[in-house]
Write a protein that binds this ligand. Structure first.
Ligand code: AMP
Length: 281
């Protein structure tokens, strides 16, 4: 695996590769788990050359968020990526991404107002900006993103469409632990007792899917049931539960064919998100 640390080398390499190969791209913030690696495998399936990036993007973290303590382990990440036969790891530092005088930001209006956007002000501007920059550096034909971050995926799809970016966005289903907990680099913050409580998130997903299957379409009823499950143990602070339109992310009163159940909770100091599509079979 080739490791590239500068924007110039990444762009020159991408230019050469693009002449005869399809480039697949998986952007990450590192501390990789099986969810990330599944995206790498998907990219390998769809492209000739796979580029993964690791960059913990400061501008998508709020002032009280976990930027400083975000988990990092480059040596381990490199081993995992090598094992997946990743061709290139792009590992730029802050100065490469945001040199002195940096002042351009991308805002995907509307979509950023809902769900996580309500509490994480500016987060999705940070995400859209860094992803657009990474696309300009890696020049991928396809890029794979996890549905685990549903709103992020929707925002990137919209940005690509609105700005005519020449890259195909491939969504990938959420990879879960055996007991249903969605894999996340942030799971490492959880104590064993907290991890146990975190399983209520998946329990709420399963329950809402079951209710939906039995024709419950009232969003208020569905959300009440989700809250009841999440509140069934102390220590799970709900940030939001939402039943939203899968495209606009606007809250719906009743579900027509499909909706997204999205949830954010805090357990101790850890913020966890998850979601699932509710749709007719
Ligand atoms: P992150 O390193 O958290 O920024 O995530 C990098 C990419 O991996 C994003 O596209 C995420 O949506 C995706 N991802 C994170 N966790 C999972 C998961 N459990 N299953 C599938 N994709 C994931």
């Amino acid at each position: 695996m080739k490791v590239i640390e500068t924007v110039r080398e990444m762009q020159e390499t991408a230019d050469l590769l693009r002449r005869e190969k399809r480039i697949g791209f998986v952007p990450t913030m590192g501390y990789l788990h099986e969810g990330h690696l599944a995206l790498v495998r998907k990219a390998r399936e769809l492209a000739d050359v796979v580029v993964a990036s690791i960059f913990v993007n400061p501008i998508q973290f709020g002032p009280t968020e976990d930027l400083a303590k975000y988990p990092r382990d480059l040596a381990r990440d490199m081993k995992l990526l090598e094992h997946e036969k990743t061709d290139i790891l792009f590992y730029p530092d802050y100065r490469q991404m945001y040199p002195d005088g940096y002042t351009t930001y991308i805002q995907v209006r509307g979509l950023e107002d809902y769900l996580c956007g309500q509490t994480r002000k500016g987060h999705f501007v940070g995400v859209a900006t860094v992803v657009a920059k990474l696309f300009n550096m890696v020049k991928p034909h396809v890029a794979v993103f996890g549905q685990k971050d549903y709103q992020q995926l929707a925002i990137i799809e919209r940005m690509v469409r609105d700005l005519n970016m020449d890259v195909q966005i491939i969504p990938y289903p959420t990879v879960r632990e055996k007991d249903g907990l969605a894999m996340s680099s942030r799971n490492t913050y959880l104590s064993p007792a907290e991890r146990e409580k975190a399983l209520l998130i998946y329990a709420s997903i399963k329950r809402l899917q079951e209710l939906f299957k039995h024709r419950e379409r009232n969003a208020i009823t569905l959300k009440e049931e989700a809250r009841r499950i999440l509140n069934s143990e102390n220590g799970v602070a709900i940030e939001y539960v939402s039943i939203s339109d899968p495209e606009t992310l606007a809250e719906v009163d009743s579900v027509k064919e499909r909706a997204v159940y999205a949830v954010a909770v805090r357990i101790g100091k850890t913020r966890l998100i998850d979601n699932a599509l509710l749709e007719e079979e």
